[in-house]
Design a protein around this ligand. Structure first.
Ligand code: GLU
Ligand code: ZN
Length: 319
C-alpha cells in the first residue's frame, strides 16, 4: 500500500526491439527522479501488442537496464498477465456508457475523413476518427456479436473536451493536443486469428494504478496520450500521477533514434566495449546535469539530478 507520500516511478518498455540510447535516456531519468526522492521504481513489460512484441526480448531488456545501473523493486509485471483487470475496466466504462462499439474499418475512416490531406495516409499519419458510430449504446454490442460483425470499443470524448494537465517539465499542457485522433480505441477488435484486447491507453492506466505509480516519466512523443489517459483515470476512479515528458533523443538530422539503420542499440554499444558510464556521461551532458562528456555512473548522478536543471531538447546523439 502507498500512503501517498512515497514516490513510485515506473519503467514501461515495450519488448518490440532492442533498446537504444533514446530509451536509456528516458529510463535513466525515470530512475533518477524516483531514486533522488528515495522512492521505489517498478518494471512493467508492455507486451499487449502481440503482433509487434517478442517475448525473447524480455531478458535482453532487463540486461540492458541492469548494464546502465538501473534497478527496480518488483518482480517485472508482464502486461499480458493483467487481461482480467483490463477487461474489468472495459466493463466499467461500458456500464457508464463512456464507450461505444465501432464497426468502422480503416478504409471507412479514410473515406469519411475528407480528402484534402491525401498524403497523410501515405505518410502513415493517423486519421481523426469522425465519430461515425458514436450514437451507439454499449448494449448494441450484443447484436453485433450475434451477427458476427467485428468491432472495437471507442471512448467518447467528454463534453468538456480532453483535460489539460500540468507537466513537471513542459509546464501547462492544453488538452486539445489529444483532439487529433478523436474518440480513441480502448479495446481492439478481434482480427483473423488474433483476439481483441486492451489498447495501450487502457492497459497503461489500469496497470499504473495497480502498481501504485505516483509519477510517470516518459518520452514527449506520448504527451498527447496523457489527456486521454487522464480521462480514463477519472472515469475509472484512479489516482492521477504526476507527469514528466522528456525530450526525445534524435540523430543529427533530427530524426528520432528508434530502430533506424545506423542508430546503435545499447547491446551493440556494449559489444563494442563502450562502458555504460560513457553513455550516461554523454546523456547527462544533454540533460544539463554534467558539465562535460565526463563518464558518469548512474548512481553517482543522483546528487546532481534536479528536474529544474533538465534542459529542453532536442537532445542530439551522438554527443
Ligand atoms: N510502453 C510504451 C512504449 O514503450 C511506453 C508507455 C508509457 O511510458 O506510458 O512506448
Ligand atoms: Zn465506427
Amino acid at each position: 500500500m502507498n500512503g501517498g507520500c512515497q514516490t513510485v516511478g515506473r519503467l514501461a518498455p515495450s519488448p518490440t526491439g532492442l533498446l537504444h540510447p533514446g530509451h536509456a535516456s528516458s529510463f535513466a531519468l525515470a530512475w533518477l527522479s524516483a531514486r533522488s526522492k528515495r522512492g521505489t521504481i517498478h518494471l512493467r513489460l508492455e507486451d499487449i501488442d502481440d503482433s509487434r512484441c517478442k517475448p525473447t526480448l524480455h531478458g535482453q531488456i532487463e540486461e540492458d537496464l541492469t548494464w546502465l545501473g538501473i534497478d527496480w523493486d518488483n518482480a517485472p509485471l508482464i502486461q499480458t498477465g493483467r487481461l482480467n483487470a483490463h477487461r474489468e475496466a472495459l466493463e466499467s466504462l461500458k456500464a457508464q456508457e463512456a464507450v461505444y462499439p465501432c464497426t468502422c474499418s480503416r478504409a471507412d475512416i479514410e473515406r469519411a475523413a475528407s480528402a484534402p490531406q491525401a498524403s497523410d495516409s501515405a505518410a502513415g499519419l493517423q486519421r481523426r476518427y469522425p465519430g461515425t458510430c458514436s450514437a451507439r449504446s454499449s448494449r448494441e454490442a450484443i447484436g453485433l456479436e450475434a451477427r458476427g460483425s467485428p468491432f472495437c470499443w471507442r471512448l467518447r470524448q467528454p463534453r468538456e473536451g480532453w483535460p489539460g494537465f500540468q507537466d513537471g517539465l513542459q509546464g501547462a499542457v492544453n488538452g486539445t493536443i489529444a483532439d487529433k485522433e478523436g474518440d480513441f480505441i480502448v479495446w481492439r477488435a478481434a482480427k483473423g486469428n488474433q483476439s481483441g484486447g486492451p489498447s495501450y491507453q487502457l492497459a497503461v492506466v489500469v496497470d499504473d494504478a495497480f502498481q501504485d505509480v505516483t509519477e510517470v516519466v516518459r518520452g514527449e512523443d506520448l504527451l498527447d496520450s496523457t489527456p486521454r489517459q487522464i480521462t480514463l483515470m477519472r472515469l475509472l476512479g484512479l489516482r492521477i500521477p504526476a507527469y514528466f515528458h522528456v525530450p526525445l533523443v534524435v540523430d543529427t538530422e533530427g530524426r528520432r533514434l528508434a530502430k533506424r539503420a545506423g542508430s546503435l542499440s545499447l547491446a551493440q554499444l556494449r559489444k563494442m566495449g563502450e562502458p555504460p558510464e560513457k553513455v550516461l556521461g554523454k546523456l547527462a551532458l544533454l540533460w544539463g546535469i554534467n558539465p562535460n562528456r565526463e563518464p558518469r555512473l548512474l548512481a553517482n548522478l543522483i546528487g546532481a539530478f534536479d528536474w529544474a536543471k533538465i534542459t529542453q531538447g532536442p537532445w542530439v546523439w551522438p554527443v
